[in-house]
Design a binder for this molecule. Structure first.
Ligand code: PHB
Length: 397
């Protein structure tokens, strides 16, 4: 098990190393994802993003530096398990970085350990707004739900009078709910109902029936990307909400690119706000999607979690290069706070030095059929270089 989940990547500098020209330097990165249980599809995205990055960028490290990726399966939103695994990675394996982590509850359990041990922790997905407050060694390259759902609320207020809000009952769901409602109400919209659906083994039908009965103009929904989003979309179609003219809207998690083909035609016309679409025609994204398909299969599309993992590795490679392979946690955090990239598949990104959270564009997208396949087609950039709105509204004095 351990061997299966542990890979070492030898890079260009290793050749010189073998020739005796350089001292050995192995940097250990603890990578936590979800490889089993109902969340395994999300974990697979993180895994694919990290491994693709390492494969294509292995030669971009200082000479003599080698990466050892130590992979662990947190089995899903399971904070106790995640904490135990992180503890082992820190204490026994002595990792110099932690990354991966699909789930906010897991990231919240891990973060205090990273503060104690001074191990930089770069979230490739876990999006809960408050995680950065739990450790000064935490930085995020993914997103917050406020980033997608607040501007979507503002946009929706111009299109719809009455909206029903249905979200998964955990921190990112609560944040999507609060963010959308704030943006929508500020624009004069009326929320006709708002419900939180259990995260574990949900039966969407009764919730969707209630939505239908209240006859809103639109349903704003958030579920974790992956199988749950597909199941919720199916319930929306099966109960005929699309035919009743109730528009389906939400953060991009509800139409994540790797799930989209499986959602079928019911997804056509769904409007989302998000930072990443596999259909975006930016050159960096086209190159990323082509590389992903070449590596994993022509029929597969990368989703935003694969991109989060890619950018997490990109930020780690950046700080390794800047320190010439000699990693100091405080210097790493200073470098992460100033990290920017013009080459992310999602467009330009940076880290806000005050909050250690990602700054990025948010795009309004519509699911359309292009070239015989469903795609999240970007319609416009609804927010440029957006900081986490929650932190902007709740600035620490
Ligand atoms: C999270 O736990 O932070 C999370 C999980 C799935 C998502 C978004 C956020 O789609």
């Amino acid at each position: 098990m351990r061997i299966k989940h542990c890979i070492s990547i030898l890079v260009a500098g290793a050749a010189l190393l073998l020739a005796g020209a350089l001292p050995a330097q192995t940097i250990k990165i603890g990578f936590m994802s979800t490889y089993s249980g109902p969340g395994a599809a999300q974990g697979d995205q993180l895994d694919k993003g990290v491994k693709l990055y390492l494969k294509l960028n292995g030669d971009k490290l200082p000479p003599g530096v080698k990466i050892e990726l130590i992979v662990r399966d947190d089995t899903g939103p399971n904070p106790d398990n995640a904490k135990r695994l992180a503890q082992e990675l820190i204490v026994r394996d002595k990792v110099q970085f932690l990354t991966g982590v699909v789930w906010t509850p897991n990231a919240a359990a891990i973060a205090p350990l990273t503060a104690e041990a001074k191990v930089p922790f770069i979230s490739a997905n876990a999006a809960g707004v408050s995680v950065p407050y739990l450790s000064p060694y935490f930085a995020r390259v993914s997103f917050t739900l406020w980033q997608s759902s607040y501007p979507l609320g503002q946009w929706a207020a111009k299109k719809f009078k009455r909206v029903y809000v249905a979200v998964s009952d955990f921190a990112p769901g609560h944040e999507a709910q609060e963010a959308f409602i704030r943006g929508f109400k500020e624009g004069g919209g009326e929320v006709v109902g708002s419900v939180r659906i259990p995260l574990k083994d949900p039966d969407f039908v009764p919730y969707i029936q209630r939505v239908k009965d209240s006859k809103p103009d639109a349903l704003f929904a958030f579920n974790p990307a992956g199988r749950q989003s597909t199941a919720m979309m199916k319930a929306y179609g099966d109960l005929g909400l699309d035919k009743a003219g109730i528009k389906y809207i939400g953060p991009g998690d509800i139409t994540t690119d790797e799930e989209l083909q499986g959602m079928g035609d019911v997804a056509l016309g769904v409007i989302t706000a998000h930072h990443y679409s596999a259909a975006a025609d930016r050159p960096a994204n086209k190159a990323f999607v082509a590389a992903y398909k070449k590596e994993y299969g022509e029929k597969l599309f990368p989703g935003f979690m694969a991109v989060g993992a890619w950018d997490a590795m990109d930020s780690i490679f950046h700080v390794i290069r800047e320190q010439k392979g000699k990693i100091d946690p405080d210097r790493t955090m200073e470098l992460l706070k100033r990290f920017t990239s013009a080459n992310s598949p999602r467009g330009p990104i940076s880290i806000d030095p005050d909050t250690r959270d990602i700054v990025q564009n948010i795009y309004l997208r519509e699911v359309r059929r292009t070239g015989g396949q469903l795609a999240n087609v970007e319609l416009e950039t609804i927010a440029t270089a957006l900081k986490d709105p929650w932190k902007e509204f709740n600035k620490k004095k």
